[in-house]
Design a protein around this ligand. Structure first.
Ligand code: MN
Ligand code: MN
Length: 463
């Protein structure tokens, strides 16, 4: 309808009323589909923070990024990455403008909820052998039973460290956590779902064959240890110095006849890590100094040396500032950050937990969250109106489809991100990411449009 055919009221509504936009009105379908093929490969190649760091280094090295350690020389125009203990990665590119204009930073995380091994995992019971576990991050424990699991991680031994990755290839065995049949679940069903599977029941089934020597005891455990020794050269003592975990042995797949969605383990938060890398690589002509962080330990509070609470970010900024003759405090004060993490997508099967006017919808583009937190915004950095305005105007100018949302109804839940740890450095920060269905489940769902739009959003911020 032409403007002249519209009533005064209709014209006024067009001008005054905010409408969220669907990506189907804006994005190039083929470009979206092509982009997401790369994302699916990224998902399948890297299922843990260690694996994502490795594959990310391979991607950025092919584009000229060079390894850097604190204290190395830095040059204008240089492209560097700091590999933090194989678990988190800081990639940065020194721009042409004054470093005191600040750094454009994106921070996502590459750890996902999973089931970690205990330090003394191996045992046998009733002629079966198992690994004891301690789950990592916020999981619904019952969702992790009765699905194929793969094992990932590293065993640190006196004669060298060995990587573990088994259960991903079709000809490899997978692992499993038992559950009860419905026929025997009367007692289990009477418990709240948070307790239908207890933490100490998340034991990973790993064999049922005895070692072929009836002179020894614990033959089932011995058979498993013998298999581990044959494959990885390790003993039970070596497992004490290991980091092993189980994740779903499922590949990323398109969902639905229209193939508009992707199902995968660990979209949270590789669905932001991947666009942050592709956007960085596509920003070669930006005058800004750019930094891209893919962090570890977000799912357990960003603790530890590989989490965003570690002062390494501040140290790297100091080094960049000093190398380019800038004052590190000024550089920090003028830096800006997108904390790239997923949000919850509205789910019509569970309308009771959402406040529809302030919730993210699939296919409505990248989600901005002014604040996260819980119970009266506790534990959030709460971006300023000015910074929200800066970011949204940037996106509008580059035709980025975006939506603003919070996570569910007030006082019903909530969550946190790395944003508040970035803000501690005197850096303006806002949360942004992809809306997810079934977040933290073994298999999560996102819309391809939103993945692509996140790439475009970060690209606009880096430009
Ligand atoms: Mn996350
Ligand atoms: Mn999460």
């Amino acid at each position: 309808m032409e403007d002249k055919e519209k009533t005064v009221g209709q014209q006024l509504a067009d001008k005054l009323v905010y409408k969220s936009k669907s990506c189907f009105e804006a994005a190039d379908k083929q470009a979206v589909a092509d982009y997401c093929e790369g994302y699916k490969k990224f998902l399948d190649n890297g299922k843990t923070e260690r694996e994502v760091v490795k594959e990310s280094i391979a991607i950025i090295e092919s584009q000229g990024y060079k390894p850097y350690i604190l204290g190395d020389k830095l040059e204008r125009g240089g492209k560097y990455y700091l590999n933090n203990r194989g678990k988190s990665l800081f990639m940065f590119r020194i721009g042409s403008e004054s470093i005191e204009n600040g750094i454009r930073i994106t921070a996502s995380h590459i750890d996902s909820p999973r089931v970690d091994f205990k330090p003394r995992p191996v045992y046998e019971d009733s002629e079966m052998c198992f690994f004891k576990t301690h789950y990592y991050g916020g999981i619904k424990k019952y969702q992790w039973t009765a699905i194929p699991l793969s094992l990932h991680g590293v065993i640190s031994k006196r004669d060298g460290d060995v990587d573990v990755r088994i259960g991903e290839e079709d000809d490899e065995p997978v692992f499993y956590i038992n559950d009860l049949p419905p026929h025997l679940s009367q007692l289990q069903n009477s418990k709240p779902s948070s307790n239908t599977i207890e933490g100490e029941q998340l034991n990973i089934l790993a064999g049922s064959e005895p070692y072929d020597d009836d002179k020894v005891s614990d033959r089932f455990k011995l058979n498993l240890l013998a298999a581990l020794n044959e494959k990885y050269g390790c003993t039970e003592a070596d497992l004490i110095s290991s980091e092993l975990c189980a994740v779903p042995a499922m590949k990323a797949r398109d969902i639905g006849f229209d193939r508009s969605l992707i199902g995968s383990y660990g979209h949270d938060d590789r669905v932001c890590a991947y666009p942050s890398i592709t956007a960085m690589l596509a920003s070669e002509s930006s005058p800004h100094t750019l930094m891209n962080i893919i962090a570890d330990k977000e799912e357990i509070g960003s603790e530890g040396v590989s989490g965003m609470q570690c002062r390494i970010l501040s140290d790297i900024i100091d080094e960049i500032a000093l190398a380019l003759g800038g004052n590190p405090r000024v550089v920090r004060a003028n830096s800006k950050c997108l904390s790239a993490d997923v949000n919850v997508a509205y789910d019509p099967n569970f309308p009771e937990v959402f406040e529809k006017r302030n919730t993210a919808f699939l296919n409505h583009g990248v989600v901005l969250s002014k604040y996260t937190g819980a119970r009266g915004k506790s534990g959030t950095s709460d971006a300023s109106a000015e910074f929200v305005g800066f970011v949204t105007r940037l996106f509008d100018d580059e035709n980025v489809v975006w939506q603003m949302a919070e996570l569910g109804k007030v006082d019903l839940g909530g969550g946190g991100t790395v944003a508040k740890f970035i803000a501690e450095n005197n850096i303006d920060v806002i949360d942004l990411g992809v809306p997810v269905i079934s977040m933290h489940a073994p298999y999560e769902v996102v819309a391809k449009n939103d993945v692509y739009m996140t790439h475009k959003a970060i690209l606009a911020f880096y430009k």
